[in-house]
Design a protein around this ligand. Sequence first.
Ligand code: ATP
Length: 242
Amino acid sequence: MPKPHPRQESLRQRHLLQEGIRKGITTPTGLIAFGRGEAFDYLLGEKTTPPAKKAIETAAARLLLASRPVISVNGNTAALCPRELIALSNELNCPLEVNLFYGPASRRKKISAFFQKRGKKILGAQKTVPLPGLSSLRANVDPNGILKADTVLVPLEDGDRTQALKKARKFVIAIDLNPLSRTARTADISIVDNVVRAIPALTRQIRKMKKQRTALQKTLNAFSNSRNLKESEQIIRKGKLS
Ligand code: ATP
């Protein structure tokens, strides 16, 4: 791909997902979900916007205040940014857990092996249990991971499962390019940004905020998810960034 190609980054991400399909960690449905995200990213100028930066700062504060944070991983995020997810989990000293909506247990095992190859052991590939009272929503989780977590970071999640996590009293931080999705509206903090940019930005923010722990609760209290989502929506509707 010649360097100045205007769609270079988006083509790179498509290629990563294509590779994910070849390796058996991503599904065709994942490609469709990515397509929806890509369209929103286009409208957001393929940049981390000011409201996304605010949500990232707030998410960093909450993750640093959490007693048992867990980062959920699916086929798309595994294919798009595995090293960045590992760096985030190392920075926070919290587990990654493979959590899938579609597909057999063998895909969970493949994703787990994919991370293992990169030096990271992750949860969710062995025995999973339904979140209490929510089995109809297919929210199966690792008994040592999301089941016990107080805060769950869900990059690319489905609305039903986000609701299931909320009903199970988890504090949910979502990364979703669509500010109108059920996930974005249900989560406590929604980062409207591409996971490829948001995950490393979150790691940098956590590193920075570790040194100034006192301001964390204040940052968290000052945040309104609905207001933040409105700001992202305005950028898309009015093209404010262009
Ligand atoms: P919901 O059930 O929450 O209303 P949905 O039905 O649109 O949303 P899915 O199709 O399961 O949900 O998930 C796709 C979501 O992931 C979309 O909202 C899309 O914008 C988002 N998405 C896809 N790729 C990315 C990405 N690389 N970074 C961030 N978000 C993404």
